[in-house]
Design a protein around this ligand. Structure first.
Ligand SMILES: Cc1cc2nc3c(=O)[nH]c(=O)nc-3n(C[C@H](O)[C@H](O)[C@H](O)COP(=O)(O)OP(=O)(O)OC[C@H]3O[C@@H](n4cnc5c(N)ncnc54)[C@H](O)[C@@H]3O)c2cc1C
Length: 322
């Protein structure tokens, strides 16, 4: 069985940054991931990552990976299905193999809940989006729709009403459900049309989405012309395989402290899979670096070495002259 100093689960902005930091520090580093880019692969245009005016999620993640590989990180394309600890360290179980590590970084993100209708998979990134704030500006001045539930849908509808010419809010519930202030704002908005008791049954288009098939509670079908459909059903942290291993919050997110440490010593977490409230690429990358520095220090301590220079405790101790 192959053994590493640091194993990272997840190959998107959090995991790739963690791997780059750890490998650059000279620690043997493995990234086990299902893909490179994660949720970033769902968008063709990231406009708020510093240093890039506009870049696709794929291109940005590829640059991250290139840098991690340059410093020596290794990659295993597989799904981690289990993690355990014994006297030697941590054991990762994947669908194909097992790996050992002195420290583990959990960076396996979140998955948007699908709507589960015909056309959804084919039009992902081509008008079907799961992030209104990220992709809304791509549809400035156009007609769009939101399909979803609760606060997620209300929030997306309100935000999109500031950029799109018209927003169709398609909800299965018979009335608006969620935060009362947001409901009042939706009702007061001049360019949001609410369709309660309705559901999208098919997403249609050519190369891009151009219309939706919608059915109301009387099962009357209607075709709605739109340039985009925003699916706002919430996000899932698929943390079942770590739920006995580290503490999770009520939403299934991994609880971390300011150093990205989880409830288990030697295990760190970063990015969308954690309980930090803002889910963005830059935040995942930042947390990836924090998790890596913490993990590096854990490994150094385990091996009786001093802390890495960029350890915040080390830096603050030096400033205080101790
Ligand atoms: C449509 C869309 C558009 C977006 N646009 C923007 C934007 O413009 N700007 C911005 O800042 N943010 C944007 N975001 C948010 C951003 O993509 C996420 O915040 C970011 O991708 C989170 O990175 P992450 O590394 O934490 O996790 P994720 O991106 O969720 O990646 C998780 C990684 O873990 C892997 N993985 C999951 N489970 C396992 C497992 N069991 N074993 C092995 N590997 C596993 C996945 O394959 C993936 O590689 C957008 C999100 C979406 C959905």
């Amino acid at each position: 069985m192959k053994s590493y100093e640091i194993a990272v689960i997840g190959g998107a902005f959090a995991g790739l940054t963690a791997a780059m930091y750890s490998a650059r520090q000279g620690l043997s580093t493995l990234v086990v991931t299902k893909d490179i880019g994660g949720q970033g692969l769902l968008t063709t245009d990231i406009q708020n990552y510093p240093g890039f005016k506009s870049i696709s999620g794929f291109d940005l993640a590829s640059k991250f990976q290139e840098q991690a590989i340059e410093y020596g990180a290794e990659f295993e394309y597989d799904e981690v299905t289990g993690i355990s600890q014994d006297s030697e360290g941590f054991l990762l179980k994947t669908t194909q193999a097992e790996f050992r590590a002195d420290s583990v970084i959990l960076a396996f993100g979140k998955t948007p809940r699908d709507l589960g209708v015909k056309g959804e998979t084919a039009f992902k990134g081509k008008g079907v989006s799961y992030c209104a704030i990220c992709d809304g500006p791509l549809f400035r001045g156009k007609e769009v729709a939101v399909a979803g539930a609760g606060d997620h849908a209300l929030q997306a509808g309100l935000y999109l009403s500031t950029v799109a010419s018209k927003v169709q809010l398609i909800l299965r519930s018979q009335k608006l459900v969620g935060d009362e202030e947001m409901i009042a704002s939706v009702n007061a908005s001049e360019n949001i049309e609410v369709k309660t008791g309705s559901q999208v049954t098919e997403i249609l288009g050519d190369r891009q989405v151009n219309r939706l098939l919608v059915q109301n509670s009387a099962k009357v079908p209607e075709e709605i012309p739109v340039s985009a459909l925003f699916v706002e059903m919430g996000y899932l942290a698929k943390t079942d395989f770590v739920k006995e291993f580290v503490n999770l919050n009520k939403d299934g997110e991994i609880m971390i402290d300011a150093n990205c440490a989880t409830s288990r010593e030697g295990v760190y977490a970063a990015g969308d899979v954690t309980n930090q409230p803002f889910k963005q690429a830059i935040i995942s990358a930042g947390q990836g670096s924090i998790a890596a520095l913490s993990a590096i220090n854990f490994v150094y301590r385990k091996k009786g070495k001093g802390p890495v220079k960029s350890d915040w405790k080390f830096i603050s101790a030096k400033k205080e002259g101790t």
